[in-house]
Design a protein around this ligand. Structure first.
Ligand code: B3K
Ligand code: ZN
Length: 883
């Protein structure tokens, strides 16, 4: 058991810092086995807080070897200051002074990948949220903003490229083959946005002319073997820069913008000022090696990090409780961008599918927290789906309520008012209010209340009065620390459909005439009725269009209603929603029947919907692919009170097979037509065709006729792009054709063994395959030379894919999956606590399973918490999960 209880930090305890740091001058002397860091800080008393009294200066610092401290050029004796494992404390003698500190650090031993570390042969940094304190002593908090000047010195041979934030202002040579470069960042920033890179990298260069005519030097640095894989990232960057000018009026501000790709990185990427550092998986993309999904991810992440230059960097967070200020807003911005670059409806369907299967589960589990959390032990644990994805939904609702124009007026005011400041979510909402004369007092509950609200809706038609009333009842389940919830503002975008599926004119009872055929109703009360008048016939409501609020809505639709909506709703998103809801209802029903030991029969209405889709050549193929996709096992688990994963898996596979057999005749010609051997193109239209084609291949491979096997093998061998090749491999791996499967897997590995990102796909396809024996396969794959416990991408693609995507095998009744995961977490915690804590997620969901599994999962959590020297990261998640 740990001796020291980790400390909880509370939002309500926020205080301004005692001192500010106006200037930060850093010099890094990089060597193979250590780095010397010299820092010179101009420090000023925060007189607003303290008047003239001089409190002690307490700087954050961790894992540092302190070599010297000087105050206004006077070297201090060790008796003049106190150092402990987390801080350096000294007593200033004046309100303004220079502090010079030298520390020695060991980047090579830094396996946590936070602070300054080595990835392969290069040095790089990751400072958000609290990594800068592992580089030097500092006021490591986002409300301390400083102008940084950074000099990097290293051996020229091994490290020809030396980078930091801002613009390069000087460079030179030292004796003995060492060289140096000085970088100056004119924009004050918090330390979490600091970055440094040193390595032997090749450069892909382009330029961008901003809306005011400034020429920006764009640079992507990668290891030389990846040179050919940067074009898509560069193109995405230029499109992001243009889009942010056009849609948000935001222009880039430095003369140079750099992206560096590194192989060992804890998350996707980091928005350091002028020097974004990326997980190579979010930069590199080439048709031969990356799937369409990977291309879209590169586009979205490049955009996301670029957009942070305004939403995050120019205007930053006052404290880490405000994380969603920058993350929720920036996720919304990147998804608006992706929607504009691709299909808006398909993009929204993908976003909502992800939110429901994952964020809803988080919101219903022991780690549930508000978009603006009230407390945390380790901030790294709060880079969550709630802060990011639900945070984006919250800002999206503000956009829906204000309309595009009002929202833009609000964001203009926000950027203008707070440029150069560290602010709060309240400041953001206030700017939107002030620019529009709106009152979002009640709306702000979305920031403070956790949990997914339920919205139960009923409709009543009065034929004689020609009215249609919608009754809304909202409630929100209790979450840890919040038993009572107040009503929230729920924007419901809706229409009423007549018997032909046409939208009817809308007139609310307090309006003098009908106007438009689509509305946003703002539901604000626990119970509220909206009555429409002049309704000529009994309508079918189309509700929550585009998923206008992140809630669980129910309406007593019959299955026939859902079929009607799936075929006729003019709103594409709601057509998909109706087909999903129909599939969910049918699957849930069959799970019950299967558990009762009764024979399964497929409701023909699902077939009817799918058959109509396949016959309609006017539809977007990507949309058809989305509608043909059954709800995931993870989503069905999330919807269940107690999930019987074996039954869910069995029934879902059974339905897929039934559909495949029944629709085989329709699917073949469509597959053939889409499999047209045209040269590869990354266009949205081509992506859509591949998406449908490969969805069909997946179904066709389930048909007992066996006709698809040869075609699948041929697609695997002959594909001219990774999307098609991988889809064929997935179909083979999940089939029972052992020989073809083995051949394809070994062929794939041989061909791509020197491409780490492709090998990640190879690992995760096998880890996610649901046939028996998966755990043993995963254990064997851990011995593969391409696997490493030191590389987060490998851990995610093998161990993460097994625990999160292979639900039947992870939840094996003997508990072997749980034991395996707990062992890996304990093994990883001393190396990389952030990744170890992330791996815990599936174990935190124990309440969803039967008693026997609950006991096994809790036993593993208890075993973890009993371990010695647990990181605060893992301790926090486990201790909260066991409550
Ligand atoms: N801001 C970073 C996330 C940093 C996570 C630190 N544990 C990436 C992003 O959201 O853009
Ligand atoms: Zn972000």
């Amino acid at each position: 058991m740990r001796t020291e209880q980790p400390k909880t930090i509370y939002l309500k305890d926020y205080e301004q810092p005692d001192y500010w740091i106006s200037e930060t001058h850093l010099t890094f002397d990089l060597h193979d086995d250590h780095a010397l860091v010299h820092s010179r800080l101009s420090v000023q008393l925060n007189a607003d807080k303290h008047g003239q009294a001089l409190p002690a200066l307490v700087l954050d610092g961790q894992n540092l070897e302190l070599l010297s401290v000087a105050l206004d050029d006077q070297t201090l004796e060790s008796s003049d200051y106190q150092v402990d494992a987390h801080s350096l404390r000294l007593q200033p003698a004046s309100a303004s002074f220079d502090l010079a500190v030298t520390t020695r650090i060991k980047p090579r031993e830094n396996t946590a990948l936070e602070g300054l570390y080595q990835s392969g042969a290069m040095f790089c940094t990751q400072c958000e949220a609290e990594g800068f304190r592992k580089i030097t002593y500092y006021l490591d908090r986002p409300d301390v903003m400083s102008r940084f000047t950074t000099t990097v010195i290293a051996e020229r041979g091994d490290y020809p490229v030396l980078l930091s934030n801002g613009n390069p202002v000087a460079s030179g040579e030292h004796e003995g083959g060492r060289h140096w470069v000085t970088w100056e960042d004119p924009f004050p920033k918090p330390a979490y946005l600091f970055a440094l890179v040193a390595g032997d990298l090749c450069l892909i260069q382009d330029s961008f002319t901003t809306m005011s005519g400034r020429e920006i030097d764009l640079r992507i640095y990668v290891e030389p073997e990846n040179r050919e894989q940067c074009a898509h990232a560069m193109d995405s960057l230029k499109r992001s820069m243009r889009w942010d000018e056009e849609v948000y009026g935001r222009e880039y501000d430095l003369d140079i913008f750099m992206i560096v790709a590194v192989n060992d990185f804890n998350m996707g990427a980091m928005e350091n000022k002028g020097l974004n550092i990326f997980n190579s998986s979010c930069v590199l993309a080439h048709a031969d090696t990356a799937t369409d999904l990977a291309f879209q991810r590169v586009e979205a992440v490049v955009a996301h990090e670029y957009f942070h230059n305004w939403s995050g960097n120019r205007v930053t967070c006052r404290d880490w409780f405000q994380l969603s200020l920058k993350e929720g807003f920036t996720v919304l911005r990147d998804s608006q961008f992706s929607a504009d670059m691709n299909s808006e409806t398909v993009n929204r369907i993908e976003g909502v599918t992800f939110l429901r299967a994952n964020q809803f589960a988080e919101d219903a589990g022991p780690m549930a927290h508000p978009v603006r959390p009230d407390s945390f032990i380790e901030i790294s644990n709060f880079y969550t789906l709630t802060v990011y994805e639900k945070g984006a939904e919250v800002v999206r609702m503000l956009h829906t309520l204000l309309g595009a124009e009002g929202f833009r007026k609000g964001t203009d005011l926000y950027f203008d008012r707070h440029d150069g400041q560290a602010v709060t979510c309240d400041d953001f909402v206030k700017a939107l209010e002030d620019a529009n004369g709106a009152d979002f007092t009640q709306f702000k509950r979305w920031y403070s209340q956790a949990g997914t609200p339920r919205l139960a809706v009923e409709g009543t038609y009065d034929a004689s009065a020609r009215t249609f009333s919608l009754l809304f009842r909202q409630s929100c389940p209790p979450t840890p620390g919040q038993s009572e919830k107040k009503p929230q503002v729920i924007p419901v975008r809706m229409a009423l459909l007549d018997a032909q599926g046409q939208e009817m004119p809308l007139q609310l009872s307090d309006e003098s005439r009908a106007e438009g055929t689509e509305r946003v109703l703002a539901v604000t009360e626990a119970e509220q009725i909206f009555t429409f008048t002049g309704v000529a016939e009994e309508p079918l409501p189309s509700l929550l269009r585009g998923f206008s609020a992140p809630v669980k809505m129910t309406y007593p639709y019959s299955r026939d209603d859902r079929v009607f909506l799936a075929k006729h709703d003019p709103d594409g998103f709601n057509r998909w929603e109706a087909s999903q809801a129909l599939a969910v209802e049918i699957l849930q029903g069959l799970v019950g029947i299967h558990r009762a030991g009764r024979p399964l029969m497929l409701d023909q209405r699902l077939l009817d919907v799918y058959r109509t889709l396949l016959a309609d050549s006017t539809l977007d193929p990507a949309m058809v692919a989305e509608m043909l996709r059954l709800p995931s096992e993870a989503y069905l688990v999330e919807l269940a009170d107690v999930a019987d994963i074996d039954a869910i898996h069995y029934v879902r596979d059974w339905v897929r097979q039934e559909l495949a057999v029944a629709l085989e005749a329709e699917m073949w010609p469509l597959y053939q037509a889409l499999n047209d051997q045209v040269p590869y193109s990354p266009s949205a239209a081509a992506v859509a065709r591949r998406s449908l084609k490969n969805t069909l291949l997946g179904y066709l491979m389930l048909c007992p006729s066996g006709k698809a096997l040869d075609i699948c093998v041929r697609q695997f061998v002959e594909a001219n792009n990774m999307t098609d090749r991988q889809a064929a491999l997935v179909a083979l791996v999940n089939s029972s054709h052992e020989e073809q499967k083995r051949a394809a897997l070994s062929d794939f590995a041989e061909r791509w063994q020197s491409f780490p990102l492709v090998m990640d796909q190879w690992f995760s396809i096998q880890a996610a395959a649901s046939q028996p024996g998966a755990l043993q396969r995963v254990q064997e794959l851990m011995q593969h030379p391409a696997f490493s416990m030191r590389n987060p991408n490998k851990i995610r693609s093998l161990i993460g894919a097994f625990a999160n995507q292979n639900l039947v095998n992870f939840h094996l009744a003997d508990g072997s999956g749980y034991r395996f995961l707990a062992d890996r977490i304990l093994q990883l915690d001393p190396l990389n606590p952030q990744i170890a804590a992330r791996l815990l997620t599936p174990l935190t969901r124990w309440r969803k399973y039967d008693e026997a599994r609950q006991a096994l999962m809790k036993a593993e959590l208890s075993r973890i918490i009993a371990a010695e020297n647990l990181s605060p990261d893992v301790y926090e998640v486990v201790s909260k999960s066991l409550v």
